[in-house]
Ligand binder design. Structure first.
Ligand code: 5GP
Ligand code: SF4
Length: 442
């Protein structure tokens, strides 16, 4: 998911809209914005893409100088409209609205305890826990209640809240999911990725620190409270796949990181071939790196039809199979009789890779060598990325040779976890790599 917050800007709803548009890749199922004018909060949310949910007239009804927004990619909960965010609530201190990127790992325990005490839930979203915890806290001020509430939850959360007059931003102590702070006009912006800042002309200030709560109040500089000691465990998959290449995530440019992964992949998994071909769009920067390192020419031999959502999002296997063909097509004349190194960022179920290999062989490729710019995905994510259950992860159930046979490739090579960490200038202790290593933090 993506989250965004705009504080103290006359066009808050529009800036939130444009920010969400830049962050659309983080979730395509639903979109929503809440705004506040100091008196009241206004919310519009629905299923669909940002451009489908909002138009000028709707944005004009979202009044006020502050706004928060969300694009949804279902992780916890289902994809009903009830599960779209922001989550709005009225409680004893007035109104509040919350957006959340991440996944709470103790959501069930917290929810069961709340239900025992009489709480009623409207959705399956773990985010609703927070509303209840804040509403039930016996602290008098919202800031203290937020601190009280986040001390009861565990897991991954980059959160933005609106109250009637203030905006709050909070990142979990591990900083699993990104969250950056910027300046826009005379106001402020927080967003999952800095590509949102570039679109709205905001200036990057810094990342919200893991464990930090930021409070935005009119006429004041943002106030920072260190709620937890930071113990960074940034999601390395943001660099591999999730974030947009033009974003800086955890202070480094995503495109550069992916290119470095491609270079490292060429060193670890060399093979003789005629061309390096990316699976667009995700594989492009790594394929450029692989090509530069190996000296084998880079060719965009697979075209992507952009007028279609991401295949991963579709619920059934049949739809996924069809969508791969609708989305990717080979340049036959370029490929015929050639040995290809095909670069993708990850193999999840293996069905995409198999379709691509079949498609390239049908186009006349003499050899297809798959190279993956991350380690085998062996374990599900519990911190906000929607990887399927372990049974469906091909690398959890097959050896590399078996996967290679399944995807019908002539060879298969992955990047090692050590090389992945080195590519992002990272130390193991500062990153979460659980979906590649099974080393869960919580
Ligand atoms: P597979 O068919 O192996 O399940 O799909 C792998 C493809 O999905 C790769 O091309 C990869 O770029 C993409 N992919 C990997 N992880 C994710 C994810 O978390 N979400 C989405 N939407 N796509 C993913
Ligand atoms: Fe990121 Fe993987 Fe860790 Fe999930 S398990 S937070 S996707 S590195």
């Amino acid at each position: 998911c993506a989250v965004v917050g705009i504080f103290d800007h006359p066009e808050a709803s529009k800036l939130a809209y444009f920010s969400l548009h830049a962050l659309q890749h983080r979730g395509q199922e639903a979109a929503g914005i809440s705004t506040g004018d100091g008196e009241k909060l206004y919310t519009i949310k629905d299923r669909g893409l940002v451009t489908q949910v909002f138009d000028t007239q709707k944005l004009n009804t979202l009044k006020g100088h502050m706004a928060i927004g969300h694009t949804r990619y279902s992780t916890a909960g289902d994809d009903s409209i009830l599960d779209a965010q922001p989550v709005f609530a009225r409680y004893d201190l007035g109104e509040m609205s919350i957006v959340h990127n991440g996944n709470l790992t103790n959501a069930k325990e917290v929810r069961d305890a709340l239900i025992k005490k009489g709480a009623i839930f409207q959705t399956y979203m773990d985010t609703e826990n927070l509303i209840h915890l804040i509403a039930k806290s016996d602290q008098h001020h919202l800031t203290d209640r937020i601190i009280d509430a986040v001390k009861k939850i565990e897991g991954a959360y980059s959160l933005v809240f609106l109250s009637r007059t203030k905006m709050f931003a909070m990142r979990d102590p591990h900083g699993f999911r990104p969250l950056s702070l910027g300046r826009v006009g005379d106001g402020y912006v927080v967003a999952s990725e800095t590509c949102a800042f570039d679109l709205i002309g905001a200036e990057y200030i810094r990342d919200v620190e893991p464990g930090e709560l930021l409070i935005f109040e009119k006429g004041k500089a943002p106030k920072s409270i260190k709620v937890f000691e930071p113990t960074p465990k940034h999601c390395i998959f943001e660099y591999v796949y999730f974030a947009r290449p033009d974003s800086n995530v955890y202070n480094q440019n995503v495109y550069e990181m992916r290119k470095a992964m491609g270079k490292a992949l060429a060193q670890e998994q060399p093979i003789e071939a005629d061309m390096v071909v990316p699976v667009p769009d995700g594989g492009v920067p790594a394929a450029i790196g692989y090509s530069q390192q190996s000296g084998i020419p880079f060719e965009m031999a697979i075209m992507r039809n952009h007028y279609i959502g991401r295949t991963f999002i579709e619920p059934t296997q049949e739809m996924r199979d069809l969508k791969v063909k609708m989305k990717l097509s080979p340049i036959n004349d370029l490929i015929r009789g050639k040995r290809l190194i095909v670069i993708d960022d990850s193999i999840v179920r293996g069905t995409t890779s198999r379709q691509i290999v079949r498609m390239l062989k049908a186009a006349g490729a003499s050899e297809v060598h798959m190279r993956i710019s991350s380690p085998p995905t062996t374990d599900p994510c519990y911190y906000g990325v929607d990887t399927p259950d372990k049974e469906k992860l091909i690398a959890a159930n097959m050896t590399n040779e078996e996967i290679c046979a399944f995807i019908e490739a002539d060879s298969l090579g992955y990047l090692s976890n050590e090389a992945l960490l080195a590519s992002v200038n990272g130390k193991e202790e500062n990153y979460c790599t659980a979906c590649f290593t099974g080393k869960y933090i919580i």
